[in-house]
Design a protein around this ligand. Structure first.
Ligand code: CP
Length: 320
């Protein structure tokens, strides 16, 4: 495996290998000295064209824990502000001979393009509304640790599915691992045709929510909306907010963060014992160590491929 651009196209075996490796790094994380020499002498570039707290900090810490040299660039304050293109930025950074480039971009398909412009391994840290594969892997790891397996587990993904790269990666990853996925939200925020395209179930209300083992709430992605998809956040919250009346005592709660408190989640469930939100953040560090390990030292790593960049990623349906 040379790049991690998407969950789509990964096999269950590849996912399980990364998760098994993650267990080893979780063990390292319990030691007094949490650093290993695995990537000593290798360089990792973190290139973030969009805001991030969790993904950027955990990839940074993962690179440091693996003893790599790290360059962290945020678009604000870089030569991007002077008009430098993504392609020229990659050419510039590639001069340092990085082993990996971690990129977040508001453009769907950006990570795939970068993979065609550099010899480095490329990790998609979120590209527009397309995918966020490392988030899905850390979520699968979190659930596997808690439940042992995702086989037959019922997971409801609730909220703004249309604009969510997390939803797209998670529904694919959860399905790959044997979970039964239901997408729930207002019709305007569920892509038309997604059930037929992916095999998930779609619900527009909470009638069946009680059957879920896991409720995975999504943030309203206001920054990706060019029009209004719900009458108001107040009405959205009245219909779709997860609160202590709607979350049953045996159900687990997940959210990729950042949370809009009082919109998709009520404060009492965020801080409840059922919430896995902090565990998700903890998993992020060790899963990203395992991803870097897999791509930079993995046994089935392909030879560098600088073939043509993939086409624009397919959109699964349009908002209904
Ligand atoms: N879940 C996630 O991607 O969070 P950040 O935007 O903080 O990286």
């Amino acid at each position: 495996m040379k790049h991690l651009l998407a969950i789509e196209g990964l096999s269950r075996e590849q996912v399980e290998r990364i998760l098994d490796r993650t267990e080893s790094f979780a063990e390292v994380g319990r030691r007094d000295i949490k650093k290993v020499p695995t990537l000593r002498g290798r360089t990792i570039v973190n290139l973030f064209y969009e805001a991030s707290t969790r993904t950027s900090s955990s990839f940074e810490l993962a690179a440091k824990r693996l003893s790599a040299d790290l360059i962290s660039i945020k678009s604000a304050g870089s030569a991007v502000d002077k008009g430098e293109s993504l392609k020229d930025t990659i050419a510039t950074l590639s001069a340092y001979d990085p082993a990996a480039i971690v990129i977040r971009s508001p453009q769907a398909g950006a990570a795939g393009l970068v993979a065609g412009w550099t010899d480095a391994s490329v990790i998609n840290a979120g590209d527009g509304m397309h995918e966020h594969p490392s988030q899905a892997l850390l979520d699968v790891f979190t659930l596997r640790r808690r439940l042992g397996s995702l086989e037959g587990i019922k997971i409801w993904i609730v909220g703004d599915v249309t604009h969510s790269r997390v939803a797209r990666s998670c529904l694919l990853a959860f399905g790959l691992m044997g979970a039964e996925v239901t997408l729930c939200g207002p019709p305007t925020l569920i892509p038309r045709g997604i059930a037929e395209a992916t095999g998930v179930t779609v619900a527009y209300d909470f009638d069946g929510l009680g059957e879920a083992d896991v409720v995975y709430a999504l943030r309203m992605q206001n920054e990706r909306m060019s029009e209004s998809f719900v009458p108001s956040l107040r009405e959205y919250a009245a219909c779709y907010q997860i609160d202590s009346r709607r979350l049953g005592p045996r159900q687990l709660l997940m959210h990729p963060g950042p949370v809009n408190r009082g919109v998709e989640l009520a404060p009492e469930v965020i801080d409840s014992p059922q919430s896995l939100i902090t565990a998700q953040v903890e998993s992020g560090l060790v899963v990203r160590m395992a991803i870097l390990y897999e791509l930079l030292t993995g046994t089935d790593r392909a030879k560098p491929e600088r073939g043509p960049a993939p086409a624009e990623p397919p959109r699964i349906g349009q908002p209904a």
